[in-house]
Design a protein around this ligand. Structure first.
Ligand SMILES: [Zn+2]
Length: 232
């Protein structure tokens, strides 16, 4: 009997030790994150965050339509509910919508359950309004913690960050945005811009310069899902 207790204690101790030495952020199988998607076809993706916005988004859509290029919009669920016709236009014109939470909270302050709720509510809004289910998730501010990894894996989302940051939301001058993009862009890049900002920004002015220049350089603008498909 004593030996049995002794063996049991050793076993329990081993289990405790095994779990205590696991790293805090263990690799999660199936977790996918993309900051860019290397390819040799000069494919790149424009992404617009935080919309839809009743005025800015349609102006951006007009520019994209003018040049016949596709983009990805990471939309906030509460904005989708406020401006459903804008989200419907995004999909009708062949662009992609990704999940950017329901209220755009600071992810670091959220529990896994709270994050799940944010993502689920945004997903429901996008589905209800556009009839499409998002497969891409961009965490607000690009913050990736364990909750983001677990949630995105469970819900089979690809987590999308970026490789070129235009900092358009900060009121960056048009010339600085253009210079930054033209200097740094390479095949497979994901470019971060915004269609919903609270202060004035130069997103539209910069787009009017960037798109034709990049087309001239032989780049093709595709949605992020297409960029992932073409990844080498
Ligand atoms: Zn955002």
């Amino acid at each position: 009997m004593r030996i049995k207790i002794w063996i049991l204690s050793i076993l329990m101790l081993s289990v405790i030790l095994f779990y205590s030495v696991l790293p805090a952020s263990a690799e999660i199988s199936g977790y996918r994150v993309y900051g860019s998607c290397k390819n040799d076809k000069k494919l790149i993706a424009l992404t617009f965050d935080d919309g839809p916005h009743p005025k800015n988004t349609p102006v951006i859509l007009d520019i994209l339509a003018h040049y016949g290029v596709k983009a990805t919009f990471f939309e906030v669920g509460s904005n989708v509910e406020h401006y459903p016709e804008v989200s419907r236009r995004v999909i009708a014109e062949g662009h992609e919508i990704g999940n950017h939470t329901y209220t755009h909270p600071h992810v670091k302050n959220l529990s896994l359950a709270e994050l799940e709720k944010e993502v689920s509510k945004c997903e429901t809004a996008i589905k209800k309004v556009t009839g499409t289910s998002p497969v891409l998730f961009r965490p607000p501010e690009g913050v990736i913690d364990d909750a983001v990894k677990v949630m995105s894996t469970d819900r089979e989302y690809s987590v999308i960050i970026w490789s070129v940051d235009t900092r358009d939301w900060a009121g960056t001058p048009t010339s600085v945005i253009v210079k930054n993009v033209m200097k740094n862009v390479k095949s497979g890049d994901i470019i971060l811009m915004h269609d919903y900002v609270t202060k004035s920004c130069n997103t539209v002015a910069a787009l009017k310069i960037i798109i034709p220049r990049l087309l001239d350089e032989g780049y093709t603008f595709v949605t992020v899902s297409r960029l992932i498909e073409e990844k080498k």
